[in-house]
Design a protein around this ligand. Sequence first.
Ligand code: SF4
Length: 335
Amino acid sequence: MFNNFPLAQSLLDWYASNGREMPWRVRGGAHSDPYAVWISEIMLQQTTVRTVEAYFIRWMNRFPTIQSLAAADIHDVLLAWQGLGYYTRAKKVHECAKVVVDQYGGEFPADRETLLTLPGIGPYTASSICCFAFNLPETVVDGNVIRVIARLHGLTHAVTKDEIYELARQITPAHAGADYASAIMDLGALVCTAGRPACLMCPWSHVCRAYHMGNATQIPLINKPKRAVRQGIVYLIRNQRGAYFIRIRPGKGLLSGLYEFPWIYDEESPLYPVKPDASAEQISHVFTHFNLTLRFQYVEAEEAPFPDGIFVLPSDFKQYPFSTLMRKVIKRLPR
Ligand code: SF4
């Protein structure tokens, strides 16, 4: 058990002169716009700060208030999200904006339990909103925090998020919720990095067990579930004008609501009797729980194979929100 107050204070002092600047971040207290905090936190899930910066600025220009987002058409929301991946997040963002506007008068609730009842807001996002939008002393645990806390305690076994949360909670100070959450994440991103931690620059080196044991780079050990591998076929159905058939992906699955070239998993019924062989052109994509490879099948057709789609020229694709998976396909189409 560490003496918590000096530990938190030394990190806050380090943050005051070393913390990162970000378009959604303020120092010394809560952000004045919980909507901006929420959008940035959702975008930052599975995406780097550098990538998010440009998207965040564009988004806030396009939808400057939660009311403007709630009133937007889902097509425009998906178009603005295009390229960030994980499109379920964009759909949930839209859904959540409507709930906050309709049921909370456009104001985010300032407590974790109520936040957790909103669409798309899980424990991490709820804690982040509490910290950054309301300056509450909640504990946030992302990949950076896992690394810092595991090393600080010298944990050489496979750690769990719950275990790290409890240890992180014990040193979270009762004041400066926003700055402290930013500080511990920045320590992980700037100093306690995965490959080469700069321990001599670290405000916690005097108490860090991994530093004193000399095994920081071997920590943390995380048991990652093995990803399944799936295969499928994407149908590039084009007419004589060079337009391709696209449709909105039906159903409620991962990519539903986005435009696609029709595609199937190998275990589903094929759309055409002749299948592409293993030598066909293909793309691969990594989803959260599985890796997918799609083989290309070109089909010449003048009639739309499904009633719910249209033929579109490649020069007009930018008007339609495609998933990252489909954008990879588009990049490989013949020019
Ligand atoms: S002393 Fe080194 S290993 Fe320990 S928290 Fe600081 S940067 Fe990480």
